[in-house]
Write a protein that binds this ligand. Structure first.
Ligand code: IPM
Ligand code: MN
Length: 377
């Protein structure tokens, strides 16, 4: 598939989701001004707040559109106090449902600290987390583990006695995500910031859990096909302190679903906070991109949250489409957007509240838009 127009389905979702995706679609518009737009956007409502209003998480045509889209851009879903009759997160269809139904098996979360970004630990200290020390990608398995719907309750006389979640690790699930991570390590020629080693770290709890032992076995098996990549191992508990103490050691990290969920939130602190953490849910046929932060009910409607995560997710999407469609023009647009983001952060002229500044969500978006306009095409 070369060139042509990509159909991008936009799902703003709940809370601050629509606010950050407004900036994302604004930036796509600005990129199109100069270079033309080899894409078409289709936006659909959905999520917890939509469910509260309509009794449906989204409309059937929205779901159908995601099945045939070239890429999906998701804001955030979830709202306090709104859940489905079975207790699940209302809006789950748009995130967990799509990961499952489109088989988006690799959740790819880059963690890079840009020059100019402040973070809570660096202030007043000589920062361990200098930009040159933080540049890794965490790859999280996205379709199994504790997220499989093999759970339930044993109730007697309408009172719960036991609640059970079952952890499922399959060869197929482990192998494809591990392979994805090795391929990524192969592409990242710079290696780990500390020593330049092309390292892939397997994060698990294989000293205790059988599923983790199996995951690590598969990691070793697949690794024999990648002799140029250094195989590295960390138990998840130890990993959390190494991540904070020695982020420069890490290049690509692969883990199971639930552990990956937790360690990527921790890693976001190294890059300035959740306002900077972008992710791609990648499958063989489909992909969905999203800021890792949630719907942030506390900040919703205030035009206050940091849109950089959503903008970086948009750049990731363009880069994925570029590769899939063999369209270097899309790749150049991704570079332009990433370059503009880095420039605005380095200048520090549009800092949102999480950066100690007063710039609104739309002001940060406008600053990135100006930077895009002033960058050569
Ligand atoms: C994430 C989120 C989701 C998850 C929630 C919203 C279901 O925390 O994308 O990391 O647990 O995967
Ligand atoms: Mn999470």
């Amino acid at each position: 598939m070369t060139g042509g127009t990509s159909r991008i389905v936009v799902l703003p979702g709940d809370g601050t989701g629509p606010e950050v995706l407004r900036e994302a679609t604004k930036l796509l518009g600005v990129l199109a001004e100069n270079d033309g737009a080899p894409w078409k956007l289709e936006e659909y409502p959905g999520g917890a707040q939509y469910y509260a209003k309509t009794g449906r998480q989204w409309e059937p045509e929205a779901e159908a559109a995601t099945q045939s889209a070239d890429a999906i851009l998701l804001g955030a879903v979830g709202w306090p106090g709104i859940s489905l009759p079975n207790g699940d997160l209302a809006g789950a269809a748009l995130v967990l449902g799509l990961r499952q139904n489109l088989d988006l098996f690799a959740n790819v979360r880059p963690c890079k600290l840009h020059p100019g970004v402040v973070h809570r630990i660096s202030e007043g200290y000589r920062p361990v987390w200098a930009p040159e020390n933080v540049d890794m990608v965490i790859v999280r398995e996205n379709t199994e583990d504790l997220y499989t719907p093999t759970h339930g309750r044993l109730s007697r006389a309408r009172s719960t006695e036991v609640a059970i979640d079952t952890r499922v690790i399959t060869r197929k699930g482990a192998e494809r995500v591990v392979r994805y991570a090795y391929e990524l390590a192969r592409k990242r020629s710079r290696g780990a910031p500390g020593d330049g080693v092309r390292r892939l770290t397997c994060v698990d709890k294989s000293n205790v859990l059988e599923g983790c032992r199996f995951f690590r076995e598969v990691f070793d098996e697949v690794g024999t096909e990648y002799p140029e990549i250094e195989r590295d191992y960390a138990y998840v508990d130890a990993f959390t302190q190494w991540l904070v103490r020695n982020p420069e050691h890490f290049n690509v990290v692969v883990s199971t679903n639930m552990m990956g969920d937790i360690i990527t939130d921790l890693a976001s602190v190294l890059q300035g906070g959740m306002g900077f953490a972008a992710g791609g849910n990648i499958g063989h046929e489909h992909a969905m991109f999203e800021p890792v932060h949630g719907s942030s009910p506390k900040y919703a409607g205030k035009n206050q949250v940091n849109p950089i995560a959503a903008l970086s997710a948009t750049a990731m999407m363009l880069r994925w489409l570029a590769e899939r469609r063999s369209d270097p023009k899309l790749g150049a647009q991704a570079d332009r957007l990433d370059g503009a983001i880095a420039e605005v952060l380095a200048r520090g002229s549009a800092r949102s509240y999480d950066q100690g500044g007063t710039a609104t969500t739309s002001a940060v978006g406008d600053a990135v838009a100006d930077a895009v306009r002033s960058r050569p095409a």
